[in-house]
Design a protein around this ligand. Structure first.
Ligand code: FVH
Length: 289
């Protein structure tokens, strides 16, 4: 008998999670504020609870995936008594401070608590590339790691319940500027007779993938100091960067996506880091605005 799982919230992500638990053979009880959402789950064997309390009562492992922390609090606080003695895995995105506060609330009610950061979009759930960062109760993680793996590879990052969220938001902070940069690149070629698909497959993805391969060296520089002269020094990069802005203007594209990076490179050079590599940007950012 697989662990009975409850999923609270059947938005795009909650539905994908419920589908993955069902596919792995878990008796899965679902609840959503708006009844009847994701009807396909019924045919897959989900039990639909009329109330959140009824749903919680059905699962030893309660997975919550709602819009935000405010929604989670409003939904869970009236259910403290039902949750006592169960394990709560909150996969809703929220700040580390809010995850810690929710963990305190859970501890005060005898609820084992894990906070999670989902590193996937719904279509990836149950697939090989998805992973979910967890932090909080080690007991809960060890007990349910195998069950949680039905949704995505579980990665435990520590006992402090804020750590999963910290890692999650940190990774998103790296992702969004990269995706914004990709949108900027596609805008640059959009006035030409260049296929966005061909450009992306042939050049954009290989280029970004190759550059991602440079990140471990950047992290190593940061941790141990540079082990030689910079291959692409910041003074050279700052000097040439304005041409990227000029190109955007020439192509009729809004150049504002590039402005923060241009300013950062200039600040680094002004602060005396012109002969260093990209790792020198990190202490500059850490120093605050
Ligand atoms: N979808 C994604 O790509 C990302 C990937 C990484 C992690 N996120 C986070 O997951 C949380 C849920 O995201 P979602 O994509 O499932 O979001 P929606 O499809 O918009 O569904 C929202 C659910 O929340 C319910 N809800 C909203 N307000 C309330 C409320 N006041 N009380 C109770 N439930 C509420 C909503 O219910 P309903 O509108 O159908 O009644 C949905 O079940 C999120 O934190 C992402 O950051 C997803």
């Amino acid at each position: 008998m697989r662990t009975p799982v409850t999923v609270l919230g059947l938005g795009a992500m909650g539905t994908a999670l419920a589908r993955a638990f069902l596919a792995a053979g878990h008796p899965t009880t679902v609840w959503n504020r708006t009844p009847g959402r994701s009807p396909e789950l019924d045919a897959l064997g989900a039990t639909r609870a009329a109330t959140a309390a009824e749903a919680v009562a059905a699962g030893r492992l309660v997975v919550v995936c709602l819009l935000d922390d405010t929604t989670v609090r409003a939904t869970l606080e009236p259910l403290a008594a039902e949750l006592t003695g169960r394990t709560l895995a909150n996969l809703t995105s929220s700040l580390p401070s809010r995850a810690r506060a929710l963990a305190d609330w859970a501890a005060g009610h005898g609820i084992e608590f894990l906070d999670g950061g989902i590193m996937a979009v719904p279509v990836m759930i149950g697939g090989p590339e998805a992973f979910i960062l967890y932090s909080g109760s080690t007991v809960a993680f060890e007990q349910y790691e195998h069950d949680l793996a039905a949704a995505a590879r579980p990665a435990y990052v520590g006992k402090d319940p804020g750590l999963a969220s910290l890692h999650d938001f940190t990774l998103l902070s790296a992702m969004y500027p990269m995706l914004g940069g990709a949108a900027h690149a596609l805008a640059l070629i959009s006035r030409e007779d260049i296929s966005p698909t061909t450009f992306t497959d042939s050049y954009l993805v290989p280029w970004l993938s190759a550059m991602l391969g440079q990140l471990p060296a950047m992290a190593k520089d940061l941790e141990h100091g540079p082990d030689g002269p910079a291959g692409s020094n910041l003074a050279m990069q700052a000097n040439g960067f304005h041409e990227l802005v000029d190109l955007a203007v020439e192509q009729g594209v809004d150049p504002r996506m590039l402005a923060p990076m241009e300013q950062l490179l200039r600040r680094a050079v002004d602060a005396g880091h012109g002969d260093e590599d990209l790792a020198a940007l990190v202490p500059l950012l850490r120093a605050g605005a």
